[in-house]
Ligand binder design. Structure first.
Ligand SMILES: Cc1cc2nc3c(=O)[nH]c(=O)nc-3n(C[C@H](O)[C@H](O)[C@H](O)COP(=O)(O)O)c2cc1C
Length: 396
């Protein structure tokens, strides 16, 4: 077994263990993948100021996210079909997160259902919803999330219509995954994956099992989403959600300061600055490029969380410096799950924690709460980096 000490190592391992079509589903982005690339490039372009001779005898990553104590300011992002990269994947992810002391967010489009995860993991988790045409079904999902004592409801709003991931269409990704002549060799070469997923009992959208019986033969995710997602969704719906959900509410998919202001006006508890991991509007800016202006607009009225391109503790630190209270990981979590299941997710969280701790210390800070834009060097030449360094905000 090679030494695994980076998210990239877990990615390489996942690539070998997970069938190609699924790996691509996780790894790729929409259309020409410009936004997917920008998420990484713009994080890479930021540089730290190294500071020395600071007393670092006590270092702490502890924080709070949406009212709960966390071991570090990180959460696991909602991932549709996460349970396909590893059998019972969401249970593995939720267990690893709970043991580590960070929040786990379950997607509506997960393979394991809300009840599956609740039965397997005693700690509360977050639940993510999309608004669907069938509001009765949303009502049902939200009451199931309440019954499972979910602590935060995340409303994802950047998918009223689905961006095309060209690779998925070419790979013919189906739900549930099927053994076809085309993918037989791929699957035969990955017996560990096949045992867990193809022969496991959870092989479709767990939360939607009751409705999917009536899809009339629709097989692909894209087809299903096309029939169910409500393009008319607008800010007025927040009131309707509030009637169903009295707890903490977060809107995910904010990429513009004006939308952040609208979210504050709607009274949400938090927003997630996100471009859906480069999977929706290609040509949109990276999440890190807009984070400072969004955080400045919010000015502390709600919590600002961030995702898009996080692959290291250094990336987390950069997002904290630019105004995020915490970050979420999507692909990094999927690589870890595909590589080694629960053990892999624990490993990924440990890698990120250690990198964050060391980087925090080397910028001369002892506590994540003390991080602000001054740990970053002013931009030298890159236009992208410049756009990331707009007026910083004290708001988290
Ligand atoms: C395979 C995959 C499936 C996803 N499914 C969902 C989903 O069901 N709901 C959602 O709100 N976001 C979903 N996302 C977006 C993530 O929650 C998150 O915003 C994104 O992955 C962050 O970027 P990163 O992958 O670079 O960390 C998905 C992302 C990936 C990679």
């Amino acid at each position: 077994m090679p030494v695994i000490n980076s998210i990239e190592d877990l990615r390489a391992l996942a690539r070998r263990r997970v069938p190609r079509a699924l790996f691509d589903y996780v790894d790729r982005g929409a259309y020409d993948e410009q936004t997917l690339r920008r998420n990484r490039q713009d994080l890479d372009a930021l540089q730290f100021r190294q500071r020395i001779m600071v007393d670092l005898s006590t270092l702490s990553l502890e924080s709070t996210l949406l009212g709960a104590q966390v071991a570090m300011p990180l959460a696991i992002a909602p991932i549709g079909l996460g349970g396909f990269v590893h059998g019972d994947g969401e249970i593995h992810g939720a267990r690893a997160a709970a043991a580590f002391g960070v929040p786990f967010c379950l997607s509506t489009l997960s393979v394991c259902s809300i009840e599956d995860v609740h039965a397997a993991v005693p700690q509360p988790f977050w639940f993510q919803v999309y608004l669907m045409r069938d509001r009765g079904f949303n009502q049902e999902l939200i009451s199931r999330a309440r019954a499972a004592q979910c602590s935060v409801l995340v409303l994802t709003v950047d998918l009223p219509i689905q961006g095309l991931r060209r690779r998925d269409a070419k790979n013919g990704l189906t739900v549930p995954p099927r053994l076809t002549a085309r993918n037989a060799l791929e699957i035969a070469l990955r017996p560990g994956w096949a045992l867990g997923v193809l022969l496991g009992k959870r092989r479709t959208f767990g939360n939607l099992a009751s409705r999917l019986g009536d899809t009339g033969g629709l097989s692909t995710l894209a087809q299903w989403i096309g029939t169910q997602f409500d393009r008319s969704v607008n800010w007025k719906e927040i009131d309707w959600i509030r009637q169903q959900w009295p707890g903490r509410l977060v809107v995910k998919g904010i990429l513009d300061a004006e939308d952040a202001l609208a979210a504050c006006a709607a009274g949400v508890d938090g927003i997630i600055v996100s471009n859906h991991g480069g999977r929706q509007l290609d040509g949109a800016p990276s999440s890190i490029a807009v984070l400072p202006e969004v955080a400045a607009a919010v000015a502390g009225r709600c919590e600002v969380l961030f995702d898009g391109g996080i692959r290291s503790g250094q990336d987390i630190l950069k997002a904290l410096a630019l105004g995020a209270r915490g970050c979420l990981i999507g692909k990094a979590y999927m690589y870890a799950l595909g590589a080694q299941g629960e053990r892999g997710v624990t490993r990924a969280l440990s890698i990120l924690r250690d990198e964050l701790m060391v980087s925090l210390a080397l910028t001369g800070r002892t506590h994540v709460a003390a991080v602000d834009h001054s740990i970053l060097r002013a931009p030298q030449s890159s236009a992208n980096a410049a756009s990331c360094m707009n007026p910083p905000s004290a708001a988290r």
